[in-house]
Structure formats: structure tokens, C-alpha cells
Design a protein around this ligand. Structure first.
Ligand code: NAD
Length: 498
């Protein structure tokens, strides 16, 4: 074949692995195959997990001060490498460079949070809980853990989990998306340069075979998954059946509710940013604008005007919006536009006509705005994951809330209004995990936790923040008494605290 092959990172070095299966990695802006990625087989999974298991005892016992020093060094190296990483992301994912830089910056925040692991792992201590008895609580790492990530954030999503897992004393096998695998290898090199011992961070490239191998492997103690809802549900069930701790973050359908008193220009700007940024390939993208009452006409006009002004093209050329991840995905998204049109939606802005600023035949679809979408249409029911913004018109606030709460997804939502009371009520009664008030993409900062409700997350804990620390550790409570003469004697009664 002769093309460059992105391999695995096992035991501190890149290797092509033993499986001879590979997949194409595209440059989505040109449509050309840029390289191949190795797809792990069972022997590669075993080797990756063995490296992680072998490194665990030493890393677990490495003092927190030394682990923290590695985290600080990694944070510095990551910051220095942010432009290089952004270029790698854009080359394989397609998002525009400024957006890729933003992704790295949000990942960096989690590293900074994990630098405080000494404080985060502090347990409680009670002196004299009973006569001469002290009690303390501690949290300990789990062992080798797996992180399985989607294509749309090849740096940020792994960094939601990996720094916290490592800081807490676990070892990690990351299985990146096979669509944009190179950034993970760059992260592995940075970890190594930061002084992380070999085997503590492993990259296993592959597809379903690698995922299944990790889910079933007895030495993998926990799984953090991010991807589409059907796969998240599957991973949650399979890893759970294998007795593992699992958190599986799934897909989304995020609504932006716009009340009649909202500032139309500000809201239209927000809808454009959140609907078409990263070509709509964000789990927190706004895909439905719920226009309440008379705001609908001016809002649709303002969004349409802005959408027509966006430049679609190669993310390296200063465009506003890049391509979709594959040709097949672009065609699927275009198919949704056609089906919405057939079902009676009005195509106000049609991205199928786009003339991108790019060479070759990349996977482009321009910003698309559909008005008069109704809840029965597939453009409304399905996660499209592309630059298609649907407007659903309703008459009242109550109808808007019923629509959002009736949707099976519950990742993110936002309300746009100048009415503080309405916003407060919305935040309280909406059944969604992350809520924005005049903020269209309410991704929580790293010291809070990220996660949706309902079909957007399977498991009990969210990503990063204190939930992340809890997920990657287990609690232990130690009750101790140091013998002195007053405590001698046999007593078969249940221990009482007096
Ligand atoms: P995906 O589900 O196709 O793939 C995610 C991961 O699972 C990849 O590593 C992939 O190799 C693996 N995988 C794919 N099919 C599999 C199968 N049948 N069995 C086992 N493993 C499998 O998702 P994607 O297309 O890479 O990413 C986009 C999706 O991720 C969207 O649905 C998006 O909403 C979701 N997402 C969710 C969040 C969140 O926080 N909730 C964040 C980012 C992305």
C-alpha cells in the first residue's frame, strides 16, 4: 500500500501492531485519503492491556507529589503544542483551525483541574469516633481503565477523562476514533516528554473489534465511552455485564428556546454559532430553535441572513465552516434536508448548493436552515450531526418546555430571554443535564461535571469535575484503634460507637 500508517502507542513506543487490518483516514476538505490507521485485533488488545496492567502497581504507588509534577509538565507541553495539535485536528476532522484551537483549550482546562488532584483526593478524618477509635476515608485508583472516544473532539473528549484518571493513579488505554486517530499519538508523545512512565498511557487504534476486546477484557476495570446513543447503550450494557464500572455518553438533540422578548440579533448570532460551528458536529450543537410566538418571523430572517453570509471551505483557509467528516455522512445529512422538505418543512437556506473554498472534492454541505419543522419529521426526531438548523414554531412557553422534555435526548438546552423569572423557571423544570441562559453551548467548566440526561448518558456519573474523580476512584473507610490496656478482652457483640 505504501501509505503512512498511524499505529498504536504501547509501552512507550508507536507500533503497527499484529493485525493487518487498516482503515482509510481522509482529509475531509479535499476528500483524499491522507493515511491509514491500524485496526487492532485481539493480540493488540492483549498487548495494550498488558502494558497498562504492568504499569499500574508502580504508578498507583507513585506519590501524589510526583504524579502532580507530571501533570504540570504535561499541561505546559500541551499548551506549547496547541497550534500543532489544532493543525492535526483540522487535517483529519475538518473543523476550522480556530475551532480546533478552542477544543485544545477546553481540554487544557481539565488538565489544570487534574493538577489539583492532591486536594481532590483528600478524604475525611474523624478522631475519637468511638472510645480510642479513629476513622478516615480515602479514595484509591481502580487499575487499568479504558477511554473510548468519538471523532468529533479527538483531543478534548480524551482529555475529559485521561488527566483525571492518570492523576488519580490509574493507567489508561485510549481507543480514539478511527476517523481521526493522529492527535492521540501526539498526546502520547507529550505525556512521555512530561515524564509519565511507559504503560501508564496507551493508545489502541481500532474499530468495534478493539472496543469489544476492551469491554470484555478482565483487566480493564472501568470504561468511559463517548459516542452515538446506540453504541453508548451497547457499551453500557456489555461493559456492565462484564462487571465493569461504566459511563457512556451518547448523542443529543439540543433545543434553543427563544421567548418573544428575546433580543433578536443576539439570539440569531448565538443560533448561528451553536448551529453551524464545527459544521454542526458537536454533541452540544443547537439543532432545533424553538421559536415562541411572534419572535419566529424576525428570528428566522435574522438567522437566514447570517447563514447566507458564512464561508464554507477548507478549515486551513480562514473559512467559517469546514466539511463533514466523511462523504457518506455528508450524503446522509443532505438526505435529511430532502426528507424534511418532502415532509413539508420550508428550506430557507439550502446548503446543498454550497460552493466551498477548497481544492478537490471535500465532504461539504453549507449551512442549512429549515423552517416550519414539526416534531413528527425525521429532521426533528433524529440526531443529524450536521449543519442543519430546524425551526419549530410554538405558541407558548409551556409548549416549548413540553417539547424539550418530551424529547428522548437530554444533553444540552438553552433559553434566550430577558425575563429572569422565566429563565429561572426554565432552568428548574427542564429535563436536560446542561442548561444555558442566553448561552447557546453551555459546556460546563472543568471543575463542574459534563453530562446529559436520558438517552444522552448511560451510567451514574458525568465527566470531569468531582464526578470524574469519583468515577476513577473507589472509596475506602478505615476504622482504627491502637491497642492499649483498656481495650483488651473478648466481646462478640456488634461494635457500638460508645
Ligand atoms: P460512534 O458511536 O460512531 O463512535 C464512537 C466510538 O465508538 C468510536 O471510537 C468508534 O470506533 C466506536 N464504535 C463505533 N461503532 C461501534 C460499535 N458498533 N461497537 C463498538 N464500538 C463502536 O460516534 P462518532 O460518530 O464517532 O461520534 C459522534 C457521536 O458522538 C454523536 O452521536 C455525538 O452526539 C456523540 N457525542 C456525544 C458527546 C457527549 O458528551 N454526550 C460528546 C461528543 C460526541
Amino acid at each position: 500500500m505504501g501509505a503512512e500508517i498511524v499505529g498504536h502507542w504501547i509501552g512507550g513506543a508507536e507500533s503497527a501492531g499484529e493485525s493487518d487490518r487498516t482503515a482509510d483516514v481522509f482529509d475531509p476538505a479535499t476528500g483524499k485519503v491522507a493515511r491509514q490507521v491500524a485496526l487492532a485485533g485481539a493480540a493488540d488488545v492483549d498487548r495494550a492491556v498488558a502494558a497498562a496492567a504492568g504499569a499500574f502497581p508502580g504508578w498507583r504507588d507513585t506519590p501524589i507529589s510526583r504524579r502532580t509534577r507530571v501533570l504540570f509538565a504535561f499541561r505546559q507541553l500541551l499548551d506549547e503544542a496547541k497550534d500543532e495539535l489544532a493543525e492535526v485536528i483540522t487535517a483529519e476532522h475538518g473543523k476550522v483551525v480556530s475551532d480546533a484551537q478552542g477544543e485544545v483549550a477546553r481540554g487544557l482546562e481539565v488538565v489544570e483541574f487534574a493538577c489539583g488532584i492532591g486536594h481532590l483526593l483528600k478524604g475525611g478524618h474523624t478522631e475519637n469516633a468511638s472510645t480510642g477509635v479513629d476513622v478516615h476515608a480515602t479514595r484509591q485508583p481502580l487499575g487499568p481503565v479504558a477511554v473510548i472516544s468519538p471523532f468529533n473532539f479527538p483531543v478534548m473528549v480524551p482529555l475529559w477523562f485521561v488527566p483525571i484518571a492518570i492523576a488519580a493513579g490509574n493507567t489508561v488505554v485510549l481507543k480514539p476514533s478511527e476517523k481521526d486517530p493522529s492527535a492521540a499519538l501526539l498526546l502520547a508523545r507529550l505525556w512521555q516528554r512530561a515524564g509519565l512512565p511507559d504503560g501508564v498511557f496507551t493508545v489502541l487504534n481500532g474499530d468495534k473489534e478493539a472496543v469489544d476486546g476492551l469491554l470484555d477484557h478482565p483487566d480493564i476495570k472501568a470504561v468511559s465511552f463517548v459516542g452515538s446513543t446506540p453504541v453508548a447503550r451497547y457499551v453500557h450494557q456489555r461493559a456492565g455485564a462484564a462487571g465493569k464500572r461504566v459511563q457512556a455518553l451518547g448523542g443529543a438533540k439540543n433545543h434553543m428556546v427563544v421567548l418573544p422578548d428575546a433580543d433578536v440579533d443576539l439570539t440569531a448570532d448565538a443560533a448561528i454559532n451553536a448551529g453551524f460551528g464545527s459544521a454542526g458536529e458537536r454533541c452540544m450543537a443547537i439543532s432545533v430553535v424553538v421559536a415562541v410566538g411572534a419572535v419566529a418571523d424576525p428570528l428566522v430572517a435574522a438567522i437566514a441572513e447570517r447563514a447566507r453570509g458564512l464561508r464554507t471551505g477548507d478549515g486551513r483557509r480562514g473559512c467559517d465552516m469546514g466539511p463533514l467528516i466523511t462523504g457518506a455522512h455528508r450524503d446522509k445529512v443532505a438526505g435529511y434536508v430532502a426528507s424534511g422538505e418532502q415532509a413539508g418543512a420550508t428550506v430557507v437556506v439550502d446548503g446543498r448548493d454550497v460552493e466551498p473554498d477548497a481544492d478537490g472534492s471535500g465532504f461539504f454541505l453549507g449551512p442549512t436552515l429549515l423552517d416550519h419543522v414539526t416534531p413528527g419529521m425525521s429532521v426533528y426526531t433524529d440526531e443529524i450531526f450536521g449543519p442543519v438548523l430546524s425551526v419549530v414554531r410554538v405558541d407558548t412557553y409551556a409548549e416549548a418546555v413540553a417539547l424539550v422534555n418530551g424529547n428522548p435526548y437530554g444533553n444540552g438546552t438553552a433559553i434566550f430571554t430577558n425575563d429572569g423569572g422565566a429563565a429561572r423557571r426554565f432552568a428548574n423544570e427542564i429535563e436536560v443535564g446542561m442548561v444555558g441562559v442566553n448561552v447557546p453551548i453551555p459546556v460546563p467548566v472543568a471543575y463542574y461535571s459534563f453530562g446529559g440526561w436520558k438517552d444522552s448518558l448511560f451510567g451514574d456519573t458525568h465527566a470531569h469535575g468531582t464526578d470524574g474523580v469519583h468515577f476513577f476512584t473507589r472509596g475506602k473507610v478505615v476504622t482504627s484503634r491502637w491497642p492499649d490496656d483498656g481495650h483488651r478482652g473478648v466481646d462478640l457483640g456488634f461494635p457500638r460507637n460508645d
